[in-house]
Design a protein around this ligand. Structure first.
Ligand SMILES: Nc1ncnc2c1ncn2[C@@H]1O[C@H](COP(=O)(O)OP(=O)(O)O)[C@@H](O)[C@H]1O
Ligand SMILES: [Mg+2]
Length: 235
């Protein structure tokens, strides 16, 4: 071990601990604020002039919530809780939330679901977080009105998810470093792709990035149908 490495490890663990407790402290009040604002908004007439302001507050809370979730997962990674997971249902459930996000509202977002997907063994919260991160990246890289397309397709032994954009793309150096924790070319936390990679790996899958500068990016995620620990349980 390099001199000081143990100290650094301890230091990182402390930072992780602090980040996790901060994220927790922020998450609960945020949920309370969001719930209260929804109650006020829903009690308003659709024509009430202040309604759009409340919608905007809710969108920004959604954004904060994503950041806090990312920080929590990074600081205190949880092993996935594998269950029978219908990814189509996960996506249908998340679509309204995604469509609320300011980044997604800037672009033309398409969901292509050609054929029925097999059920896979997965942690549905983690699958939603994975897709949220990839869609936000795609939208953030796109020009206003640019196409962002999510495709879900069955594979011989699992499913393939593809998140495509026609945004600015990545050069080789960015593509190589994109999954490093804290690597960012935006004023952001740079944890998104490292979390995605971790989620995909703990699901026994693979994540590949294809990108051409000026043309766009496609992130392809392959997820297997079964997990060794759940042999025979996923129908
Ligand atoms: N769809 C994409 N198109 C272009 N660049 C991307 C895309 N997704 C990720 N990147 C690059 O990878 C970097 C790291 O992404 P990520 O880990 O999600 O962190 P963040 O989004 O916080 O910067 C981004 O800052 C960006 O440079
Ligand atoms: Mg990101």
């Amino acid at each position: 071990m390099r001199p000081g490495a143990a100290n650094r490890g301890e230091h990182l663990a402390q930072i992780g601990h602090l980040a996790a407790s901060l994220a927790h402290e922020i998450k609960n009040p945020l949920a309370g604020i969001s719930g209260a604002i929804q109650v006020i908004r829903d009690a308003m007439k659709p024509t009430e002039p202040h309604r759009p302001i409340l919608d905007e507050i809710l969108r920004q809370i959604g954004r904060l919530d994503n950041t806090v979730k990312d920080l929590l997962v990074f600081a205190r990674p949880k092993p996935p809780r594998f269950r029978k997971c219908n990814v189509q249902d996960v996506i249908s459930g998340a679509l309204p939330v995604w469509r609320q996000q300011p980044e997604i509202q800037r672009v033309r977002f398409e969901y292509v679901n050609s054929r029925a997907l097999p059920t896979i063994a997965a942690d549905e919260n983690q699958i939603e977080q994975l897709l949220t991160n990839l869609l936000l990246n795609a939208a953030q890289a796109s020009k206003a009105g640019g196409l962002v397309r999510l495709t879900a397709a069955p594979q011989p032994d699992g499913i393939r998810l593809s998140i495509e954009d026609r945004g600015h793309g990545m050069d080789q150096e960015v593509r190589r470093r994109a999954v490093e924790p804290f690597f960012t070319t935006k004023a952001a936390h740079g944890l998104g792709l490292s979390i995605c990679k971790k989620i995909v790996e703990t699901h026994g899958g693979a994540l590949a990035i294809k990108s051409v500068v000026g043309e766009g990016t496609e992130v392809i995620v392959d997820l297997p149908r079964r997990q060794p620990s759940m042999e025979g349980e996923v129908g």
